[in-house]
Ligand binder design. Structure first.
Ligand code: NAD
Length: 275
């Protein structure tokens, strides 16, 4: 078994991005819209701010009250679209239920949509065209590339079909010529399917859900899950790492696997908006 070290790969990418930034004619600027008081999203936004600072990318946070009305949110998005110093816009999840999230994503200029949630970018990904794709699955593709894991012709099983991870993950794998099966909460006989996989990508949000008996000998296992255990507060993935690891050819740990790739891929996308 070999460990896929996302921390190492993301650090290497950071150095490459620093170098790239030296030669950019235009300074990238990221605007993050955060709504309400969700503790986790505050932490995520702070991490993004810190990384921007380290790289010398302008960072602006727009923290809105949880009672904000749709027209005010739309007004802010239009204002940011028109602001030349803001090259990238990100609407941080979660978003209060009374707001129309799709309308908000659709209002973001697709050229500034670094999360790849605008229907134009979703469509471009589906067509295999250049555009912005969600950072986590792009980060997973980078890890596979970095470890010379070629998915062409391989059976890749993606577990989870969210718009942020599962669906774009499946699309990226199809675009890389993999044979892809997407599983989700309504899938029957999950283990029968995963046992046939050369590569398993898990993004369901259930601690230790994927066990050794579900994995084929020599498979590659990518664990996207981030779960905080209620008793110990320890962060674990969706894969029962200790028991699965000896069966795999490669596996990502949690933390230190996919997580660091998400934020560095976001930085890469932000830099792309200024190129
Ligand atoms: P989500 O809740 O939006 O989607 C979960 C998906 O899992 C759904 O499509 C659901 O059908 C599927 N699912 C749930 N239970 C299942 C089961 N028993 N069998 C098969 N499929 C099942 O979640 P998400 O936003 O896609 O996130 C998933 C996990 O990935 C979470 O733990 C989240 O914290 C983590 N995550 C990590 C990163 C990162 O940077 N590493 C980024 C995004 C999300």
């Amino acid at each position: 078994m070999a460990l896929i070290n996302g921390k190492y790969v993301s650090e290497k990418m950071k150095q490459e991005l620093k170098e790239k930034l030296l030669h950019l004619k235009r300074k990238p600027g990221l605007a993050v819209i955060r709504i309400g008081e969700d503790a986790a999203s505050k932490i995520y936004v702070n991490l993004k701010a810190k990384m921007c600072e380290e790289l010398g990318i302008t960072f602006m946070e727009y923290h809105l009250d949880s009672n904000i009305q749709q027209e005010d949110l739309m007004g802010l998005i239009y204002q940011l679209n028109a602001n030349d110093e803001i090259t990238a816009i990100l609407l941080q999840s979660p978003i209060p239920y009374h707001l129309n999230i799709l309308q908000a994503f659709e209002a973001i200029d697709p050229a500034k949509d670094v999360d790849g949630f605008h229907p134009t970018n979703v469509g471009r990904l589906a067509l295999g065209l250049e555009g912005f794709a969600p950072c986590t699955p792009v980060g997973v593709m980078k890890l596979l590339e970095e470890y010379n894991i070629n998915v062409e012709g391989k059976h890749c099983v993606v577990i989870g079909r969210s718009n942020i991870v599962g669906r774009p993950m499946a699309q990226l794998l199809i675009n890389a010529n993999a044979t892809v099966t997407v599983c989700h909460s309504k899938t029957k006989n999950l283990a029968e399917i995963t046992k046939t996989a050369d590569v398993v990508v898990v993004a369901i949000g259930k601690p230790h859900y994927i066990t050794a008996d579900m994995i084929k000998e020599g498979a590659v296992v990518i664990d996207v899950g981030i779960n905080r255990l209620p008793d110990s507060k320890k962060v674990v993935g969706d894969v029962d790492f200790d028991n699965v690891k000896d069966k795999c050819s490669y596996i990502t740990p949690v933390p230190g696997g996919v997580g660091p790739m998400t934020i560095i891929t976001l930085m890469e996308n932000v830099i792309k908006t200024a190129e």
